[in-house]
Design a protein around this ligand. Structure first.
Ligand SMILES: CC(=O)SCCNC(=O)CCNC(=O)[C@H](O)C(C)(C)COP(=O)(O)OP(=O)(O)OC[C@H]1O[C@@H](n2cnc3c(N)ncnc32)[C@H](O)[C@@H]1OP(=O)(O)O
Length: 496
């Protein structure tokens, strides 16, 4: 493994060359003169070349002004005492006051043991400062380095909007050496490792410092994108002829139909995939990403047709990932794009016990009341409650051959006739196709397929992206309160 960068080397690797401006004055000295701790501090300063375990300041990231706080592990294991906490908190408060995005790169043994309980409680003020920063709608991006443990991981290390981790880094709550001393046997191998955190949906990416720079640039291009004064495109064409319900259903199920992944690849820019709930769950069937459609920034959460399989259909964890995306959009005032493309939810013991119905309810509740602008794209299949969970947006677009139904038409046929043989008739009767959905006020616009998205994936995805941009820019031009009341009254009036 190549040597890991120290705090200054990391700053050098991440920021534009020559732009670093430290914010730190001399640290307060918490040690009694002449005490062992005073000697340890002096020795740490001499050995590390740093005056505390944290340095803070600002610089440019691809030309964008950012605030940065970084731990230095060679200084008493990057541990946080009162002076380090004060430095951190002041820097976060300054970043908030100056409306700068904040990048944090911890590497720490946690609370500084020499300072005991007072040091332990410093995590509270750091957390409060981070949350004030977030509440001001400002991005907080975290890069967890080797090793990050204890109260640092359990406070500002785990509160990022976007979180990456250093390859192979030890990241865990209690240090393994401490665990072994306390319990007399070693902590299981391979648990407190960046890659395992990724596998468990706890971090968004595992990347080197150089790649962390690239990710931060891309993520901030969306998180900090202007929301006002965006140029509006001409109104897109949405003329489609009569759609036959069964033909649409058949086309929507083609293996080669473009899904949300293709849409991001072919129609979006600055795509940053996010991973999992950030709280220990993941679902491959639900894709969460930051992206831009033309000038319009968005949090995208989409049902990924390629990753929902018979043995792994979309479950409650997927909806919890989706709700992470909704919170992100709400907190940062970013437009949200939901993409529906599902043959239906997991029907299993695990899904029931994992709260599937409750998660559908909470997704519906969060989405219909969200204070951010929202656009739903019905891209392909739209079967059942997990489709409904992502539907209630300000504006709803449907691909020509997309459809929405309380359950797959075969299921509806089984309910009514105890046989799946009447699926075709039921699909026609239930008003599931895009033109019926538009007629009933469920869908606002239809994205034409010429004649089928599967035959023209690139053109189709660009057409969808242009329509998304058009709708998002339109929504951003409206007052938030009007937008929300129009949304609520739209769904209140549906069917009347
Ligand atoms: C709420 C809380 O934060 S409670 C604290 C919870 N923190 C922890 O459980 C982590 C404790 N630390 C560790 O497990 C390990 O130090 C690790 C995993 C972080 C790093 O391991 P290593 O790279 O092997 O480094 P090592 O253990 O030698 O630590 C380096 C030095 O930092 C010191 N150190 C480590 N953590 C701390 C700390 N929190 N406070 C003060 N000093 C610390 C070590 O005693 C050691 O000092 P020494 O060189 O004088 O012996």
């Amino acid at each position: 493994m190549t040597e890991r960068p120290d705090a200054r080397a990391l700053i050098g690797a991440v920021l534009d060359p020559g732009t670093w401006r430290p914010w730190d004055g001399p640290p307060a000295d918490p040690a009694e003169p002449g005490s062992d701790y005073a000697e340890e501090l002096a020795a740490a300063r001499a050995k590390s070349g740093y005056d505390e375990s944290v340095i803070t300041g600002e610089g440019l990231l691809d030309g964008r002004r950012v605030a940065v706080v970084v731990c230095e592990f060679s200084f008493l294991a990057g541990s946080i005492g009162v002076a380090a906490a004060e430095r951190l908190t002041s820097a976060i408060e300054r970043a908030t006051a100056e409306r700068l995005p904040l990048l944090a790169a911890p590497a720490s043994g946690g609370t500084r043991m020499q300072e005991g309980a007072l040091a332990f409680t410093q995590m509270v003020k750091i957390t409060a400062a981070v949350m004030a920063h977030r509440s001001a709608g400002l991005p907080y991006v975290v890069y967890l380095r080797h090793p990050t443990t204890g109260g640092v991981l359990a406070s500002w290390g785990s509160l990022g909007h976007v979180t990456a981790a250093e390859p192979g880094a030890l990241i865990g709550f209690l240090g393994p050496r401490v665990f072994e001393s306390l319990h007399g046997y070693p902590f299981p191998q391979g648990v407190q490792v960046a890659e395992n955190l990724f596998a468990n949906g706890l971090v968004d990416a595992v990347v080197s410092a150089e790649d962390a720079r690239r990710i931060a640039i891309r993520a901030l291009a969306v998180l900090c994108a202007p929301r006002e004064g965006l140029p509006q495109r001409p109104e897109p064409e949405d003329d489609v002829g009569q759609v036959d319900a069964w033909e649409a259903i058949t086309r929507s199920r083609r293996d080669d139909r473009p899904g949300v992944r293709a849409l991001l690849k072919l129609g979006a820019a600055d795509v940053t995939p996010l991973n999992g709930t950030g709280a220990g769950e993941n679902d491959p069937g639900l894709l969460l990403a930051l992206a831009r459609f033309g000038t319009a920034p968005a949090v995208v959460l989409g049902q990924d047709r390629r990753r929902q399989r018979a043995e792994a259909p979309l479950g409650p964890a997927g909806l919890r990932v989706a709700r992470r995306g909704m919170r992100l959009a709400s907190e940062l005032g970013l437009p949200l794009v939901t993409v529906i493309d599902t043959a239906g939810a997991a029907l299993s013991k695990a899904a029931e016990e994992g709260g599937l119905a409750g998660e559908i309810a909470r997704s519906l509740a969060d989405l219909v009341t969200l204070d951010a602008p929202t656009v739903c794209l019905l891209l392909g299949e739209g079967a059942g409650g997990v489709a409904l969970a992502l539907l209630p947006a300000d504006r709803v677009l449907a691909a020509q051959h997309a459809w929405l139904s309380p359950l797959p038409p075969e299921g509806a046929s089984a309910i009514l006739y105890r046989s799946v043989d009447f699926a075709q008739e039921i699909a026609s009767a239930q008003g599931v196709k895009s033109t019926d959905l538009r007629q009933n006020g469920i869908v606002d616009r239809i994205v034409p397929e010429l004649p089928d998205a599967a035959y023209e994936p690139e053109e189709f995805c660009r057409r969808v992206a242009a329509m998304l941009e058009y709708e998002i820019v339109g929504l951003l031009g409206r007052a938030p309160a009007d937008r929300l009341s129009a949304r609520l009254s739209r769904y209140r009036r549906l069917g009347l």
